[in-house]
Design a binder for this molecule. Structure first.
Ligand code: CTP
Length: 406
């Protein structure tokens, strides 16, 4: 699976650097082409001679070759890699990557790289737990990088806790896993709706809901990372999705969301409607702020278009349509009804009463029901992991193998 894959390894100045020669050995034995970059601080922990011998390439350290004075192109190296893994990554490098600082060779390569990035932090427990580090980790996850969580155990300081770099064998398996799923949706256009909609009452007020868009954004990322061309129609939320394969279309109302979805549905292969769309909107939004006067006030609402249902009516044989069902009770029977009545290939059932599931949480617990009414329960896990399970179910329905690139 790794045969001929180009793996770039960045090593920063942490004691866990001593484990990287083993990772290089595993990758080389699996047929990968490996190149190594060392930061100046990493030189105190591992020798270039060891790494050059194991990788079969000279090790990259600075911008110029000391002997010849030739320029060591960070751009070429960044573009060479299929995967760039920085391990161990110290708190300092993690922070610089998060901010786009480029004051050493490794960091300039990072900024030039277009490939998938994996980061394996290693540091002392208080540094790892520090809000600044955790903030940077979250930021980098949102950027689409894979953060390989540090494990717990004895640390170089003598303290015991979280901060140990994951073992080389586990990192090796994660790299293999990446290539297994990588690019399986390349050439596929995926339409995703996410977030709430706001229906104007007047210029000041609206009818909205608690959706954060997190689940839909996680799906956009997961499909983009697997090579899909993702079009994300996103209702009003503070969150967004940044990835070179994702185009975001911000909308406010159900009507605007409908227009964008209809437009992009025409030539898409997969449509996933995860938005919490308002079912009703004020019949007439006032142009002026409505003043209070009486004790009671009634607002006349009218139905919005059910976007998912509409797409189900338009769907061709080559298109796959996924819907969500957000329920508080009778989850399975309501979801089955939606699956059938909206002509879906797959429905993702969320039950709001399940702890850790639904709006605003970073986790979710769902049941997938496919068009053959086959049910798969997915236990509570991070929304990105749920998104991965949904992408697996979609790949299965499309008959796409798990390792298209290998
Ligand atoms: N949906 C949609 N357009 C709407 C309403 C819902 O596209 N106007 C989609 C949602 O994005 C979701 C699915 O329909 O994929 C189900 O939404 P949900 O709110 O669970 O159910 P509804 O179909 O609106 O039915 P009800 O509110 O009666 O449960």
């Amino acid at each position: 699976m790794l045969h001929g894959k180009k793996i770039l390894i960045g090593i920063t100045g942490g004691i866990a650097a001593y484990k990287i020669p083993l990772l290089i050995r595993l990758l080389k034995k699996a047929g990968a082409d490996v190149q190594v970059i060392l930061t100046p601080a990493a030189l105190d922990f591992v020798t270039p001679l060891t790494l050059a011998t194991l990788s079969g390439h000279p090790v990259h350290i600075g911008f110029f070759d000391k002997e010849t004075g030739a320029w060591n192109s960070h751009v070429d190296l960044g573009l060479w890699a299929d995967v760039f893994i920085i391990a161990p990554v110290t708190a300092n490098t993690l922070a610089k990557i998060a901010q786009g600082i480029a004051d050493n060779y490794l960091l300039t390569v990072y900024l030039s790289a277009r490939c998938y990035v994996m980061l394996a932090p290693a540091m002392d427990l208080d540094m790892y737990k520090h809000p600044a580090t955790q903030y940077n980790i979250e930021l980098l996850k949102q950027r689409g990088h894979q953060l390989i969580a540090a494990t717990s155990g004895e640390l170089a300081s003598g303290l015991c806790g979280e901060g140990r770099m994951e073992e080389p064998e586990v990192i090796f398996n994660l790299i293999k896993e990446h290539f297994k799923t990588h690019q399986r949706f390349s050439g596929k256009k995926v339409l995703i709706s996410a977030g709430p909609t706001f229906e104007a009452i007047d210029p000041v007020r609206f009818i909205g809901n608690h959706s954060s868009g997190k689940m839909g954004i996680a799906m956009a990322r997961v499909f983009a990372e697997q090579g899909a061309d993702v079009h994300l129609v996103l209702g009003p939320t503070d969150l967004t999705a940044t990835h070179s394969n994702i185009m975001v279309y911000p909308v406010t109302s159900a009507e605007e969301m409908l227009d964008q979805c209809l437009f992009h549905f025409q030539d898409c292969h997969i449509a996933i409607m995860s938005a919490a769309v308002a079912d009703y909107k004020p019949k007439k939004a006032s142009d002026f702020k409505i003043k209070k006067n009486e004790n009671e006030w009634s607002l006349v609402l009218e139905r919005t278009t059910d976007i998912l249902k509409k797409l189900g009516e338009l769907k061709t044989e080559d298109q796959l349509l996924v819907g969500f069902a957000l329920e508080t009770d009778n989850g399975t029977s309501n979801a089955l009804h939606k699956l059938r009545s909206k002509n879906l290939d797959l429905i993702v059932l969320n039950v709001l009463s399940d702890a850790g599931a639904g709006f605003k949480h970073d986790t979710n617990k769902v049941t997938l029901i496919d068009k053959n009414e086959q049910q798969t329960e997915i236990p509570l896990k991070p929304k990105k992991a749920i998104a991965m399970d949904i992408s697996d179910a979609v790949a299965h329905l499309l008959g796409i193998s798990n390792n298209k690139t290998t």
